[in-house]
Write a protein that binds this ligand. Structure first.
Ligand code: PMP
Length: 443
């Protein structure tokens, strides 16, 4: 069995051979690795090759792969039954933990939480709730942000849509796409103008708490708070998408970091996913009780799910969140800082300056000289780079046993298992990969 034979086999029965587009390595070239196991900071492919993994399951693997505490919790829960489609105490426990962890300086981010299975469902439901609460139909989103693959959210989206260079998606009716206003990120004037242009029509502004799907696009200080103010002044809701950043950049996500830094604003609805499921499918939507209680069965906004709050997934999430102590975050941040410094130094030594924008440990690599072209603040900035250098860089790292995200627009995910020796292994692979990036030929 080889990666190539498995890819051929998969392509015969699965579109593109993958169940999520970026896994297909289209933007970096080469054969996707078919994985059979993962442990700590490492994954192993069907050929028995081990790689340092910097994909981190696209975010959930905060503690590393197959963390014994999480695996044990899953095994215990599975032995009690795989799912009942009925309420279970664990769901309240997870909801309580989310409320508790996201209360910062006495301010609670969440009053109610509903568990769903994917980030897509969480943001999709948030939008329906915002429309139900306001009786309005328009939605503001930002270029380069990704909020899952529901119809209204794919316009100028980040993640795979950006990687594949698509403007949006076929199959989305113009009437639905037309309800989404796509604005430049970090531009409060654009948001102000939209509210003036469409009075009483905008139901919500949705924003990634920090952009992380077109590389890392941090909000400028005051941007998220400014959004909250503008939305609320105009009778609209602010939906904060912490699917990727929640419990990843710190225990209370970007909102927690901002509160700690003195930005005291409250979004109306917040979406979580990834880390809160410990690797299994759990996501959540939470927020103010007055809005959340509009959900069925209390209110008129319908949302449901056969697998929502699945007990095995809940057990995984609880185990991971309980093990995610402040030390875990400090350790991951130290590993990230070393890696970013190493990347900067290796590329500088080759005379090819790069940028590594970051929010705490979460970072990405951009082939862009910040000294010459300025920092990355928008999707336009993120695209203004020599992204074609990433494919050869990625391939050279993979060849040396380091698995990076297969797109220049995706964040690199470290875990508690990425200790100093693991980071050493990544740093040792850099010189050859930097040479490959340097030798790359542009379009
Ligand atoms: N929002 C953000 C910010 C995300 O990064 C993602 C997924 N990468 C989603 C929503 C969608 O989550 P899911 O893939 O679980 O549907």
């Amino acid at each position: 069995m080889t990666n190539a034979t498995e890819f051929a086999r998969a392509q015969a029965v699965i579109p593109g051979g993958v169940n999520s587009p970026v896994r297909a390595y289209r933007s970096v070239g080469g054969t996707p690795r078919f994985l059979v196991s993962g442990h700590g900071a490492h994954v192993v492919d069907v050929e028995g090759r081990e790689y340092v993994d910097l994909v981190g399951a696209w975010g959930p693997a905060l503690l590393g792969h197959a963390h014994p505490t999480v695996v044990e919790a899953v095994q215990r829960a599975a032995a009690r039954g795989l799912g009942f489609g009925a309420a279970t105490p664990g769901e309240s426990e997870l909801a309580e933990l989310l409320v508790e962890r996201t209360t910062v300086g006495g301010t609670a981010l969440l009053e109610r939480v509903r568990l769903v299975s994917t980030g897509t469902e969480a943001t999709m439901t948030a939008i329906r709730l915002a429309r139900g609460a306001t009786g309005r139909d328009l939605l503001v989103k930002f270029a380069g942000h990704y909020h899952g693959h529901s119809d209204g959210l794919l316009a100028e989206s980040g993640s795979g849509v950006a990687t594949l260079g698509l403007p949006g998606s076929a199959g989305v009716p113009a009437e639905i796409a037309g309800l989404t206003l796509v604005l430049p990120y970090n531009d409060l004037d654009a948001v102000r103008e939209a509210f003036e242009r469409y009075p009483d029509r905008i139901a919500a502004v949705i924003t990634e708490a920090a952009g992380a799907n077109a590389g890392i696009l941090a909000p400028q200080p005051g941007f998220n708070a400014g959004l909250a103010e503008l939305a609320h002044d105009h009778g609209a809701l602010l939906i904060l998408d912490e699917v990727l950043t929640g419990f990843r950049v710190g225990p209370a996500g970007c909102w927690g970091l901002q509160q700690a830094a003195g930005e005291t604003y409250l979004p109306d609805l917040v979406a979580f996913g990834k880390v809160i499921g410990g690797g299994l499918p759990i996501a959540a939507l939470g927020g103010r009780a007055a809005v959340m209680d509009l959900l069925a069965p209390l209110g008129p906004v319908y949302q449901a799910g056969t697998l929502s709050g699945n007990p095995v997934a809940v057990a995984a999430g609880l185990a991971q969140l309980r093990a995610a102590t402040p030390d875990v975050y400090t350790g991951i941040e130290a590993a990230s800082a070393r890696l970013r410094d190493g990347l900067g130094a290796a590329f500088a030594a080759a005379g090819l300056p790069v940028t590594t924008p970051h929010v705490t440990s979460l970072f990405s690599l951009a082939f862009r000289d910040a000294a010459e072209r300025g920092p990355i603040a928008s999707y336009e900035d993120a695209k203004d780079q020599e992204g074609w250098r990433y494919g050869p860089f990625f391939a050279a790292m993979l060849e040396q046993g380091v698995s990076l995200p297969p797109s220049v627009y995706e964040a690199w995910f470290l875990s508690a298992a990425h200790g100093p020796e693991v980071v050493d292994r990544v740093l040792a692979a850099l010189p050859a990969a930097v040479d490959a990036a340097l030798a790359a030929v542009g379009p």
